[in-house]
Write a protein of this length. Structure first.
Length: 183
C-alpha cells in the first residue's frame, strides 16, 4: 500500500502534497464528497494544510496524471492539494474506520519519503565534501597525475548517480486489468 500511496505524492510549490482525487480514491469516497467535507470545515484547513491548484500547477502536473479538458465532461475546477498536515486533518473530517486506516498508511509513507530525502541529502553533502578535499589534495601535490584526477571525477560522478533516487514509477494511462488470483 505504501508504494501505491508513494506514487501519489507530488512536489508542488516546494511541498510534498497529495491531490483530492487520489485521497478520495484511497478513502473510498467521491472526490466531490471529500471536497464538500473539507469546505464544511474550512477552519481546519489553513493555507499551509491545503491549497487549490493554480492553472500553472495543473499544467505542470498534466503529464503526471490523466485529466480531461474543461468542457468535455471532466473536472470543472482545479484540484485541491493537501500537505502532510492537511492529510492528517482529513482524518478528523472523514470519520470512518477506513479513513483512519488509510490515514495511518499515508502518514507512514510521508515519514518514509522524508527519511529518504534526508538520507540522500546527507550522502550528497558528504560526497561533495570528499570531492572538494581530493581536489585540494591534488592541487597541493603536483605529482598527482592528470589521469588520476579524471578517474576520481568519474568515480564521484558514478557515486552521485547511484545515490540519486530513481523517479517514482508512473501510473499507467488508461484501463488496467487487475491481476487475477489463479488457483
Amino acid at each position: 500500500m505504501q508504494s501505491l500511496i508513494g506514487s501519489r505524492i507530488f512536489v508542488l510549490r516546494e511541498q510534498r502534497v497529495m491531490l483530492d482525487s487520489d485521497l478520495a480514491e484511497l478513502y473510498g469516497v467521491q472526490t466531490k464528497a471529500l471536497v464538500q467535507a473539507v469546505k464544511r470545515n474550512l477552519l481546519r484547513f489553513p493555507a499551509d494544510f491545503m491549497f487549490q491548484l493554480a492553472n500553472q500547477d495543473v499544467v505542470a502536473l498534466r503529464s503526471q496524471f490523466v485529466t480531461s479538458n474543461t468542457g468535455r465532461g471532466g473536472r470543472r475546477t482545479p484540484p485541491y492539494a493537501f500537505t502532510e498536515q492537511g492529510v492528517a486533518m482529513l482524518s478528523s473530517v472523514l470519520n470512518s474506520s477506513r479513513a483512519i486506516a488509510v490515514n495511518i498508511g499515508i502518514m507512514r509513507t510521508f515519514v518514509r519519503v522524508r527519511e529518504l530525502a534526508a538520507t540522500h541529502g546527507d550522502l550528497a553533502a558528504r560526497l561533495k565534501e570528499l570531492e572538494e578535499r581530493s581536489e585540494a589534495l591534488a592541487l597541493q601535490h603536483d605529482s598527482f597525475a592528470h589521469s588520476t584526477r579524471a578517474q576520481l571525477k568519474q568515480v564521484f560522478e558514478a557515486i552521485r548517480q547511484l545515490t540519486t533516487p530513481p523517479d517514482p514509477p508512473k501510473r499507467p494511462i488508461g484501463f488496467v486489468v487487475p491481476p487475477q488470483d489463479q488457483p
